[in-house]
Ligand binder design. Structure first.
Ligand SMILES: Cc1cc2nc3c(=O)[nH]c(=O)nc-3n(C[C@H](O)[C@H](O)[C@H](O)COP(=O)(O)OP(=O)(O)OC[C@H]3O[C@@H](n4cnc5c(N)ncnc54)[C@H](O)[C@@H]3O)c2cc1C
Length: 262
């Protein structure tokens, strides 16, 4: 029997239905509300569970960095079927930029020896889409981005990498990091049994010092990026109404073509 150990990076974010406020002083999103599993990461969790099933053995471990010892989103992913989680929560992490986040996640992932690390292409709240590749660089792992399909065989990951016009097939030796796009698999709903089981699954809480990271290299102290301005997202504009004068189908095709969805 082959075994496959997969680490999935899971960001816990304010509920997009009630995202809370921007802090004008620090210019960051206030995260002192209840956090939930970022939907973007539910695809990675599902993909990891499927790969472990296909291998016939192994485990999915979650890794998250979040304030206030938040485990709400982790419990959801554990209820889906992940075996355990590592949560990094520490006041010293407040103000961490993307590289600071990547340093912390890379150290936490390094605690296990995964065959594969999965992250989402970008998170849904304050996203840069850069964290996965920074983790890969820090861990000296090869990485593949925009994956819509992953198959594992003979110590290699075969990845279908989404492009504007279709997909590229990429082969990558394990261990590696793959970031997946949203909508690639149908994330399972946690069953009642899964929700109950998740309550007693291990969540290891660690601090910056536990990971051997110098507190001055993360948080506000270590941030090499600066947020210079923040603004509320503009209200959604009304859509374009196409009157059918016999050519509506052509206008719709041209519109979709312009969006590159055809
Ligand atoms: C100067 C500065 C200060 C900031 N201060 C704060 C702050 O105080 N608090 C705060 O929350 N944010 C803060 N941010 C934003 C913060 O840097 C980013 O939200 C964070 O680094 C994650 O990056 P991202 O969302 O751009 O990740 P992306 O690159 O868009 O994420 C891609 C994927 O990486 C993984 N990932 C990303 N972040 C995490 C995580 N935390 N845990 C597990 N997996 C993850 C997930 O799989 C995610 O889907 C600050 C940014 C700057 C520039």
């Amino acid at each position: 029997m082959l075994t496959m150990n997969v680490v999935v990076c899971v960001k816990q974010i304010p509920d997009p239905a009630d995202p809370g406020a921007l802090d004008p002083e620090t210019k960051t999103l206030k995260r002192d509300v209840k956090l939930i599993l970022d939907e973007s990461d539910s695809y990675g969790v599902e993909m990891a569970l499927q790969l472990v099933d296909q291998a016939g053995g192994g485990e999915v471990t979650l890794v998250s960095m979040a304030p206030n010892n938040e485990v709400g989103g982790l419990r959801t992913a554990l209820a889906m079927g992940a075996a355990s989680a590592v949560l990094v929560s520490d006041d010293a992490l407040q103000g961490s930029d993307a590289l600071g986040t990547a340093k912390v996640l890379a150290a936490a992932i390094g605690k296990s020896n995964p065959d594969l690390v999965i992250a989402a292409t970008e998170s849904s709240d304050g996203y840069t889409g850069t964290v996965p590749e920074q983790i890969a660089a820090l861990m000296d792992l090869p990485s593949v981005t925009f994956a819509k399909e992953i198959a594992i065989a003979d110590g290699n990951a075969s990845v279908k990498r989404q492009t504007e016009s279709g997909y590229d097939s990429v082969e990558c030796p394990l261990p590696c990091l793959v970031s997946v796009t949203a909508g690639v698999v149908e994330p399972r709903y946690p069953s009642f049994k899964g929700i109950m089981a998740a309550k007693s699954k291990p969540v290891e809480e660690v601090t910056v010092a536990d990971l051997g990271i110098d507190a001055g290299s993360v948080g506000w102290a270590g941030a090499g990026q600066e947020i210079t301005e923040i603004a509320e997202a503009p209200a959604r504009e009304a859509g374009e109404i196409i009157e059918d004068e016999g050519d509506a189908h052509e206008k719709i095709v041209a519109f979709l073509d312009e969006l590159k969805v055809l």
